[in-house]
Ligand binder design. Structure first.
Ligand code: GAP
Length: 456
């Protein structure tokens, strides 16, 4: 599936719409439509289930988007959460300078970490052209802050400047002590959070891949210094297993270890899980071993101790952190791309089908009265029974074959047909999306049937 095909599919079936479309749109903003909202919710539910609820170590948190601005001084975001940018002097197109160099060199130059003057020099000596107007007159390379700034309160002055968080994890660090005390937690333990993050990206793009407003699923796993390597390895495997157990093919995944010499001084390692997007393998999930850097910084800036008193050894230390961090939008893309198929059937017909894991499917089943007049009443009864426990849809619009096709295309794993047999002997026909085989199921067994097949 190309990116254009994906964008069109997502719009056609109500997964993703262009943001603010009736006003001409807002660049790189997207709305999750009715099915997209369900898919995103299921991704988050799956993540919380595996990362928090099924772990005896982990708890959750929901901290705000706007935090005390000192948080961003401590984390270093106000001074260094920047990207290098250049502007075209002719058409005023703005480009992320490191990416421009990487593209112009066909990926041969890794501009990450190049100094601004080195980027300028490279752009000049290679006569890099503006991708919009074709001229090669650029402003000098400058840094550009990715932080979204706004103000809080009724007076707009520097005192009231606040920022929209560019990552959710800082909210976890600053609540470390509260969580540990209130929940009486011993190390190791993790705190998982899901929430919106905002980055004024210079070159957003590739649909939901790089946007300015996105949702992150982050886990900060606090552990005793010296055990971080073990937990880093554990979470790398855990994240990969999460994806494959939800149906992502191993062939679509790769691990990329950041080279040691490129890591920040405090980092003990970063590994990205890359997914095969239409433009090539690119970052889906980042797993970082961050030592005690973040907690130390917050101790320094807040003056509060974020140390942990080990009840077994009576030692006091600042915990180390392992952080798996992923964007909901990137997983959303990965699940659609991995599972979409334009299938050619034995009789030569084609059907669009989304072979998505039933747990993630927006609807677990569709209830289909075979003949509207004769079967609607019973079908409604069954729909009402199922919808108390599952998200199911109801479709009585066209011929049954067309209704199956639409359900296949949006990934609904089961089609439940209500016909004369339902009225006479209380059975329904359940069609499987992937195999297209059918089971006869008693109405009273339907909930068990779906529960067994849609769990994770
Ligand atoms: N706390 C660590 C952190 O935020 P990151 O690598 O900057 O690390 C983590 O971001 C994940 O968030 C990425 O792997 C990606 O899945 C997602 N992400 C980052 N920037 C994004 C953007 N502009 N649009 C969509 N997702 C993004």
């Amino acid at each position: 599936m190309t990116l254009d095909e994906l964008v069109s599919y997502a719009k056609r079936y109500g997964f993703v719409f262009p943001g603010s479309e009736i006003y001409g749109g807002l660049a790189n903003a997207w709305d999750l439509g009715p099915l997209g909202a369900l898919l995103a919710e299921n991704i988050k539910k799956a993540w919380f289930k595996k990362f928090v609820d099924e772990s005896k170590y982990n708890v959750r948190l929901d901290s705000p988007i706007i935090l005390n601005s000192r948080v961003w001084e401590a984390s270093g975001h106000l001074s260094s959460f920047n990207d290098p940018k250049v502007d075209c002097k002719y058409c005023h197109n703005r480009e992320r300078a490191d990416k421009l160099v990487e593209k112009a060199s066909n990926g041969e130059v890794d501009a990450d970490g190049m100094k601004l003057e080195e980027i300028d020099e490279w752009i000049k000596s290679h006569d890099v052209k503006c991708p919009v107007c074709g001229k090669s007159e650029w402003t000098p390379c400058r840094t550009f802050s990715l932080m979204y700034k706004t103000s809080q309160g009724v007076v707009e002055d520097s005192q009231s400047t606040v920022y929209l968080r560019p990552e959710t994890c800082q909210g976890i660090y600053i609540d470390f002590k509260n969580i540990q005390r209130a929940m009486r937690l011993k190390l190791p333990f993790g705190v998982g959070q899901c929430g919106k993050a905002f980055r004024n990206e210079i070159t957003p793009g590739n649909f939901l891949f790089r946007v300015r407003e996105f949702e992150q699923l982050e886990m900060e796993f606090f552990c005793k210094p010296g055990t971080e390597e073990e937990w880093f390895e554990y979470y790398k495997a855990f994240c990969e297993n999460f994806l494959t157990s939800l149906g992502i093919s191993k062939d679509n995944l790769k691990l990329y270890d950041h080279p040691k010499e490129k890591l920040a001084f405090y980092s003990k390692g970063t590994t990205d899980i890359l997914f095969k997007f239409p433009w090539g393998f690119d970052e889906l999930w980042g797993i970082a071993s961050r030592t005690n850097y973040d907690l130390s910084k917050h101790m320094e800036f807040s003056g509060e101790s974020l140390e942990y008193l080990d009840p077994e050894t009576n030692e006091k230390y600042i915990p180390y952190v392992v952080e798996p961090s992923v964007g909901v939008g990137r997983m959303f893309l990965a699940f659609l791309l991995n599972n979409y198929e334009m299938e050619t059937l034995e009789n030569g017909d084609t059907r669009e089908v989304l072979h998505i894991h039933p747990y993630l499917a927006p609807y677990k089943a569709v209830v289909l009265p075979l003949i509207k007049k004769a079967h609607s009443e019973k079908a409604t009864e069954i729909y009402e029974m199922l919808s108390k426990e599952f998200i199911v849809s109801y479709d009585d619009t066209q011929a049954i074959g067309k209704r199956y096709r639409r359900a296949d295309a949006i990934g609904t794993p089961y089609g439940i047909t209500i016909d004369d047999d339902t009225l006479s002997n209380g059975t329904v026909t359940v069609r499987n999306r992937d195999t297209m085989t059918q089971d006869i199921v008693k109405v009273e067994d339907l909930k068990d049937y779906l529960r067994e097949r849609t769990s994770f």
